[in-house]
Design a protein around this ligand. Structure first.
Ligand code: G1P
Length: 275
């Protein structure tokens, strides 16, 4: 039902400089797998086969990662090392990749709007690859797609975060209509300390209905002078319905050094097999 997943991936990753000077932050590995590949796995698990990536300057290695490397294939064909490529080969067999360039960084809402040409007029998912989500039974996107089938409206994933952290996120306020599901009636992008409407922070997983594109087009710059998806979603919530879903699973903020280290340790201890 939802076939396309958009990955805004044009950002600079300044918190990881100098590593991200010439390497996209989405290619930072968690043990041996780049962050973006975790996101693609999650999208595939949720039934999506079209990966639409919004890139920027210096992001060629992202495209190369999801393409054949003939020289490497030739070198390791028939050797035990070939096994290390089996997951990425499977991804390349199952998914299509399309790319579009975001020329200017004008915020997450703007990045999503740049993806409009790749998405068209259908509901789609958005994954921010630096939020790494892990759940062993059902991935977070899969949980959200199941919810979309019932409600047919935009959905944001939320998580409870401590009060001293909430100013780093988009924050929702809403009425709980079912276990872990809220109907959004307010949303604020990165509220000033002490002003957050709740402790429910938006994390980088969204299901969006395509009317969001027209709404983004009419959204004026908000926090930080950027076009915020949070502001567009608030308009959508007021005109119709937006849900917030407190997902099952773990989430690591791999855009921050402590979150990245925590994710690396978790994946090494619990997922990585080749020890
Ligand atoms: C973006 C969104 C924010 C959301 C966050 C999740 O912010 O604007 O609403 O809470 O992603 O990671 P960023 O972290 O890109 O500043």
């Amino acid at each position: 039902m939802i076939k396309k997943c958009l990955f805004p991936a044009a950002g600079y990753g300044t918190r990881f400089l100098p590593a991200t000077k010439s390497m996209p932050k989405e290619m930072m590995p968690i043990v041996n797998k780049p962050l973006i590949e975790f996101g693609v796995d999650e999208a595939l698990e949720a039934g999506m086969t079209n990966m639409c990536i919004v890139t920027g300057r210096g992001k060629h290695s992202l495209m190369d990662h999801f393409d054949l490397n003939y020289e490497l294939e030739h070198q390791i064909n028939g050797t035990p090392k070939e096994d290390k490529l089996k997951d990425i080969r499977l991804i390349m067999d199952r998914a299509n990749f399309t790319y579009i360039r975001q020329r200017e960084m004008k915020g997450l809402g703007h990045a999503i709007l740049v993806g409009k040409e790749l998405i068209g007029d259908e509901p789609f998912a958005v994954v921010l690859a630096d939020d790494l989500c892990i759940n062993h039974a059902n991935g977070v996107l899969k949980q959200m797609v199941d919810l979309y089938k019932q409600f047919r409206c935009s959905i944001v994933a939320v998580e409870e975060v401590p009060e001293d952290q909430i100013h780093k996120y988009g924050v929702i306020k809403g009425e709980m209509i079912k276990d872990n599901i809220y109907r959004v009636d307010d949303m604020v992008e990165k509220p000033a300390p002490g002003t957050a409407p709740s402790n429910l922070a938006i994390i980088g997983r969204y299901i969006l209905t395509p009317d969001i594109f027209d709404i983004i087009e009419e959204t004026t710059p908000g926090k930080g002078g950027e076009i915020q998806i949070t502001d567009a979603l608030l308009t959508q919530a007021k005109r119709g319905c937006v849900l917030a879903y407190k997902f099952k699973g773990k989430r690591f903020d791999c855009g921050s050094v402590p979150g990245y280290i925590e994710a690396t340790n978790y994946v090494y201890d619990n997922i990585y097999e080749d020890k």
